[in-house]
Design a protein around this ligand. Structure first.
Ligand code: URA
Length: 241
């Protein structure tokens, strides 16, 4: 596998941190430093980080239904961390692929595989996220077209990527976006003179939320693979049903 993937797999580091350490010459493969992050390595190679041998371990992939007034952080802050409800070993090594605000509920994907979560988060992968949105005013006739064309959000240089809207009722819609700017959904509706009163994420890629608030489950191998582009299907060693 690629060297950056091996480093992520054997530590709690995310991809960018692994690449920084490789580029800084802190990772030795059979005694050699300053290899490319894309160099192919094998578990039988002696791979050292700061002199300590790295051992690859299985990655973990979960989905959870985030409760309202919990936060997507590894520690409690103003609100409790959603990880308080995840009763597995080494929870501190897990991170969330696409955080939600404290008052947003619904689907979060949780993993310790930094390369996998990159595929979900990075806008260039165009991974669709579906939100159910409750609004303070009836949806205007031109909102769907404005979202399709892309909007200028306050403080942003680029327009939002094309988003699709499906109206359930005048004050409830489904919105699909492929990026995750800070408070993006709330800011998109603010930009068209409306206000989000409740926000719930129902789907990421082909993974649909199917557990009750506060509950979680492991992803299946098919669900895990679905976030890799076809040419890059991985060998899955992590927990899955
Ligand atoms: N957009 C928001 O505004 N908030 C979220 O939690 C997710 C997307």
């Amino acid at each position: 596998m690629r060297l950056d993937k091996f480093v992520c797999k054997s530590t709690a580091l995310i991809k960018s941190e692994a690449i920084a350490l490789i580029n800084a010459g802190k990772v030795l493969v059979n005694g050699e430093a300053f290899l490319s992050e894309s160099a192919q390595v094998h578990e039988n190679n002696e791979i050292l980080l700061d002199g300590k041998r790295l051992i690859a371990r299985p990655f973990r992939y979960l989905l959870m239904n985030k409760k309202v007034n919990t936060i997507c952080s590894n520690v409690d802050e103003l609100y409790p961390s959603l990880f308080n409800d995840v009763s597995i070993d080494k929870v501190s090594e897990l991170h969330i692929a696409g955080r939600l605000d404290a008052d947003t509920t619904g689907l979060v994907l949780i993993t310790d595989d930094g390369r996998w979560s990159y595929n979900i988060i990075t806008p260039s992968c165009k991974c669709p996220k579906v939100y159910r949105v409750d609004l303070s005013r009836p949806i205007a006739d031109d909102t769907a077209e404005k979202f399709k064309q892309g909007l200028q959000l306050q403080g942003e240089q680029e327009l939002t990527l094309p988003a699709s809207l499906s109206v359930i009722s005048p004050q409830r819609v489904l919105l699909t976006i492929t990026e995750g700017k800070f408070h993006q959904v709330k800011r998109m509706f603010a930009a068209v003179g409306n206000k989000v009163t409740a926000l719930h994420r129902e789907q990421i890629g082909s993974v649909v939320l199917d557990v009750a608030p506060g509950q979680w489950r492991y992803l299946s191998a098919v669900e895990i693979q679905s976030f890799y582009p076809p040419a890059k299907k991985q060998s899955i060693l992590g927990n899955s049903s």
